[in-house]
Design a protein around this ligand. Sequence first.
Ligand code: COA
Length: 166
Amino acid sequence: MRAEEVRVRALASDDLDACWEIEREAYPNPWRRDHFDELLDLDAGLGLAAVDQDDGILGYALGWVVTDEAELANIAVEASWRRRGIGARLLYAFAREAERRGAERVWLEVRESNAEARRFYDRHGFLMVGRRRGYYDRPREDAIVMAADPADLEEADEGRGLVRDT
Ligand SMILES: CC(C)(COP(=O)(O)OP(=O)(O)OC[C@H]1O[C@@H](n2cnc3c(N)ncnc32)[C@H](O)[C@@H]1OP(=O)(O)O)[C@@H](O)C(=O)NCCC(=O)NCCS
């Protein structure tokens, strides 16, 4: 299956067990399972799933939008599906939906040592705007704060010709 055939849709609570399986593999220090439910239950919550033809979960993006600010709190793609553009599809869809809800900026934090994710955000239009010292636990580490204007991401998306989600 090609990345173009992957569909991005709203995340539902029934999807969260599958997300958590991906989460546990993706991070040495994963979120608690109930954190997914709590975030998805928020009025401000914004969750998206990347799914295959059988609606199986390949990845997810989760965050929130409050007034004109969006926070991308978590994004992960199942390991065997990485480097095929699925993360980018989720990122752009998140930015598009955040913008539709009024966000003028998308923010995120990433572990300083997470070179893979930093490259991913960098490549897809996020800029480093700050650092939070000792933000992460186990191991204690700084967060790099990154931000992007959804409209700029939209332009980058057009340039890359990623398929639109409906
Ligand atoms: C970050 C993540 C979501 C990216 O998803 P993805 O589907 O692989 O991303 P895409 O295929 O859309 O983008 C790939 C681009 O990101 C960068 N990138 C991603 N993984 C990389 C790696 N291992 N080494 C170097 N660059 C990498 C490259 O620019 C790459 O482009 P290329 O394949 O043309 O070189 C995925 O690696 C992941 O789930 N990581 C574990 C969870 C995580 O760390 N999430 C971020 C927390 S802040």
